[in-house]
Write a protein that binds this ligand. Structure first.
Ligand code: ATP
Ligand code: MG
Length: 605
């Protein structure tokens, strides 16, 4: 059905990838990176030129000083020749100023490039996640989806903010410095070359160790976030079942793991940083000592020695940053891998390539030889056949887990059948334009979700261009008008503000009004009246009777009072229709519905 085989996307967050998997993940994030960089090619090229020139300008300083001391100064003192000195000082100033200006430019342009990459990525991630089908959202926990938008994007941002520009500058700086050093004094270049050996060994050691440690900080921090989000999302259940104590213990354990992982990282830096300083100082001492002997012998000029010492000292400056970059790079690339995983998910309910037009749906529904399973091993609907003529009102009853909501979700195309087809007016739902589909079929469920905004906004969700009159008419029709006008600001009350909070039943009435105003050809109510008291339910039912007269309706309800307004009753068990007939026929028969109805009537007296 979908490409959800993507490793590490479904189920738990993983870290134990085989070689091939890792290669595939790298390829995937590289593709994503390339697509992000593509539109910025010109700007990146400009940035590259600027950074090369500005770094070269910075490195030129000591060489100019050497020339000044060894050539310009003697010329001035011995021959009273000012020219070389003026040229050197002038050049030094020009190089310094140009270097500084370009550096500023580089920082600004680089920030612009990285900001537009992040902007693009953030937007893509949101739009894509929103487009993914229900199947994805039901298996990808909310904690993980939040991590994608927050901590993952953050680690990429951090890499941009402090990492990459320093890496590029640092590497260039080292290369240019090495070139300048070698061309100024080859023996000192040789010493630096020898110093590279311990530097490389130390860095390699740091990299292999840190890779493991950073990975464990990431997984432990992800666990902390997931646990936090899950606890807070289910806070009602947590408090109702006094799960706080158990949570505290578990959360305490996770936080402790995270702390330990972090402290191991700091220990690692505690060895690495002094190691770098030691190598740097030893190299500087060797260069200065060896150079000093040659100055005494006359083999090296004083200015050259000064420049060489400056270069040798500065050479190791970026080493620490490069190592730090590795840290940021690791978490950013892991983050990019996870984000690319989400972005590569394709909706399991894809939009049609060439949609069929269905501007005015009549509302006939057909299930042709449908089989449906959420996952391969448990078939929920085996061989399902059903024809619902346009305009019919159907009551669907059956025990818990019989497959009623599944049937509803198939009609609303939250899922596609694994075999056969579901049709609206003879058109396969898979061929309908999503706009036509959503206009024609509306489902109201028990969980009436209210978005932040006013009550009126929430009703108008069903018809974005609705006038205040239409909104009020819809609210009156479902019996919501009275409680709405009693709210602090009536229809303009913010549903998230204190005082604007509405009860579960009132929320359901609002979602009814929302469906009413949408005026669909097919209306599905999945236990949509479950939170209403009997008078309110009766009111809604009266409203429904007029509302449903000219449209197809599927009403799922455990309260059999709903059945009264139905033209036809379907009884469902184990994913099959076991009884099908008018309410009167079924009640007067001897089947399952007759028993249910008798029991229900007895309970009323
Ligand atoms: N998202 C899902 N993933 C996997 N299995 C599911 C999913 N939703 C439902 N099921 C399974 O499908 C079967 C039918 O579920 P369904 O929600 O359609 O039942 P129902 O008739 O609506 O029950 P109820 O009256 O309790 O709402 C159940 O066995 C359930 O375990
Ligand atoms: Mg259900």
């Amino acid at each position: 059905m979908s490409t959800t085989t993507t490793q590490g996307v479904k189920g738990e967050e993983r870290d134990d990838f085989s070689k091939e998997e890792s290669a595939r993940l790298r390829l995937r994030s590289r593709r994503l990176l390339a697509s992000l960089l593509e539109p910025l090619r010109a700007r990146i090229a400009v940035t590259a030129v600027i950074v090369v020139i500005s770094t070269a300008a910075q490195v030129a300083g000591p060489t100019l000083i050497a020339y000044g001391i060894d050539n310009a100064l003697p010329a001035l003192v011995k021959n009273n020749d000012w020219m070389p000195a003026i040229v050197v000082v002038g050049l030094y100033l020009v190089v310094g100023i140009v270097g500084a200006i370009l550096m500023a430019q580089y920082t600004v342009i680089f920030a612009r490039v990285s900001q537009s990459i992040l902007f693009d990525l953030r937007k893509r991630l949101f739009l894509h996640t929103q487009r993914l089908s229900l199947e994805f959202h039901e298996s990808y926990t909310s904690g993980r989806i939040i991590s994608r938008q927050t901590s993952d994007l953050d680690s990429i941002r951090e890499l941009f903010d402090s990492g990459i520009n320093q890496l590029v500058q640092g590497l260039l700086y080292m290369v240019f410095t090495a070139i300048a050093l070698v061309s100024l004094d080859a023996p000192s270049g040789l010493i630096l070359g020898v110093a590279l050996i311990p530097l490389v060994v130390l860095t390699r050691w740091f990299q292999t160790r840190s890779q493991k440690l950073f990975r464990s900080t990431r997984t432990t921090s992800a666990r902390v976030i997931v646990q936090f989000v899950e606890t807070m999302t289910g806070i009602r259940a947590v408090q109702a079942f006094r799960k706080e104590g158990r949570n505290e213990k578990q959360y305490g354990g996770y936080v402790e793991d995270y702390r330990k992982a972090n402290s191991r990282v700091f220990q690692l830096f505690g060895t690495f940083d002094p190691g770098l300083v030691l190598i740097g100082n030893a190299t500087l001492a060797a260069v200065v000592l060896f150079g000093a002997f040659r100055v005494i012998d006359g083999g090296l000029e004083v200015g050259a020695l000064l420049a060489v010492a400056l270069y040798a000292k500065r050479f190791f400056d970026p080493a620490e940053e490069l190592a730090m970059f590795y840290n940021g790079y690791q978490s950013a690339s892991a983050a990019l891998e996870k984000i690319s995983g989400v972005l590569e998910e394709s909706p399991s309910v894809p939009d049609p390539v060439r949609p069929t037009d269905l501007w005015h749906a009549k509302g006939a529904i057909d299930f042709d030889d449908v089989e449906f399973a959420y996952n391969r091993d448990a078939i929920v609907l085996p061989e399902f056949e059903l024809h619902v003529p346009a305009g019919q009102t159907i009551a669907l009853v059956g025990s818990t887990g019989a497959g009623k909501s599944t049937l509803a979700k198939l009609i609303a195309r939250f899922y596609d059948p694994s075999r056969g087809s579901v049709k609206l007016d003879g058109v396969d739902l898979r061929d309908l334009h999503p706009k036509d589909l959503r206009r024609a079929i509306v489902m109201v469920t028990q969980e009436a979700y209210l978005f932040s905004g006013s009550v009126a906004d929430n009703i108008a969700l069903g018809k974005p261009d609705a006038t205040r009159d239409e909104i009020e008419r819809a609210a009156r029709a479902v019996g919501a008008h009275e409680f709405i006008v009693a709210l602090p600001d009536g229809y303009d009350t913010d549903v998230n503000k204190r005082g604007g909070r509405v009860s579960a039943g009132q929320r359901q009435l609002l979602s009814f009004a929302r469906a009413f105003i949408a005026d669909p050809a097919v209306l599905i109510l999945d236990e949509a009246t479950a939170s209403l008291d009997i008078p309110s339910e009766r009111l809604v039912q009266e409203a429904l009777q007029t509302l449903l007269s000219d449209r197809t309706a599927l009403i799922i309800a455990h309260r059999l009072s709903t059945v009264a307004i139905a033209d036809r009753v379907l009884v469902m068990e184990y994913g099959r229709i076991v009884e099908d007939g008018t309410p009167d026929d079924l009640i007067s028969g001897t089947g399952r519905f007759a028993q249910l109805h008798a029991a229900w009537r007895d309970s009323l007296v």
